[in-house]
Design a protein around this ligand. Structure first.
Ligand SMILES: Cc1cc2nc3c(=O)[nH]c(=O)nc-3n(C[C@H](O)[C@H](O)[C@H](O)COP(=O)(O)OP(=O)(O)OC[C@H]3O[C@@H](n4cnc5c(N)ncnc54)[C@H](O)[C@@H]3O)c2cc1C
Length: 213
């Protein structure tokens, strides 16, 4: 599904959570750059030359077409809208777009358009699928790499010993809402009490990691 956040969500990142440069005005150009909106031309908050294609994605059913129209007639709080992903208009009934290229009918996803297609040409990119990061490696309080294990369910017969991938410049942790805090905690960044309970040496006592999500 193609569901974009509201402008007010991004503005909260910037203003409420104090992240200068992460507001709607700054992020909209990046959001547009990522997509090609195939549904309608010349919409100011949509992009038209990005790698990820957005369309209704193939055939729709009669009930699918009729539902938003019918629901909007009975619902006194929401109307039928033309586009619920402008980032400023939400809470309307609409046919929902998808990350699908209308020309090929194929799913238009991030791995195929930003990562896999670089493998042949980008010598700095090495993909290790089927590996799980156990912890970030620190030297002198600086992240210098990650320790990972082969997942033997994905890589049958692979060894079961920790490997290290070293970084020259920085380590980006992007293991998702559940995975990232777990990696940080296993690396010694998190609530001291929890880490001590599991025999992990505390590097930074940061109780917010993994809590109050
Ligand atoms: C059902 C559903 C529908 C959604 N629909 C939308 C939508 O329409 N629009 C929208 O904007 N957002 C949507 N979201 C939210 C969106 O998918 C997430 O916000 C987004 O994917 C987060 O991206 P990420 O790269 O931070 O993490 P993820 O996409 O979660 O990627 C994290 C990756 O890290 C890997 N990983 C985890 N732990 C480890 C480890 N120890 N070692 C190695 N790898 C690890 C995971 O396997 C995963 O591949 C939806 C989410 C769900 C669950």
């Amino acid at each position: 599904m193609y569901t974009r956040a509201s402008a007010s969500d991004y503005n909260d990142w910037e203003k409420v959570h104090d992240n200068p440069g992460w507001g709607f005005e700054e992020l909209l150009p990046l959001s547009k750059k990522a997509e090609t909106y195939q549904i309608a031309a010349d919409r100011p908050t949509h992009g038209y030359s990005g790698p990820l294609k957005v369309s209704y994605g193939g055939a729709s059913t009669n009930i699918g077409k009729e539902f938003p129209i019918t629901a909007s007639r009975y619902d006194e709080t929401r109307t039928l809208v033309d586009d619920a992903n402008t980032m400023t208009e939400v809470n309307g009934y609409v046919r929902w777009p998808k990350w699908i290229d209308e020309r090929s009918g194929k799913r238009s996803d991030v791995p195929h358009h930003f990562i896999y297609n670089q493998q042949a040409s980008n010598k700095n990119l090495q993909l290790l699928a089927g590996c799980s990061v156990r912890r970030i490696v620190f030297e002198n309080n600086r992240a210098v790499g990650v320790e990972y294990l082969h997942n033997t369910r994905v890589r049958p017969g692979a060894d079961n010993v920790p490997h290290i991938a070293r970084s020259k410049r920085l380590v980006v942790v992007s293991a998702g809402a559940c995975g990232s805090p777990a990696i940080l905690e296993r690396s010694g960044i998190g609530g001291k009490d929890i880490l001590e309970k599991h025999g992990i040496q505390s590097l930074v006592d940061l109780p917010g990691v993994g809590e109050n999500y």
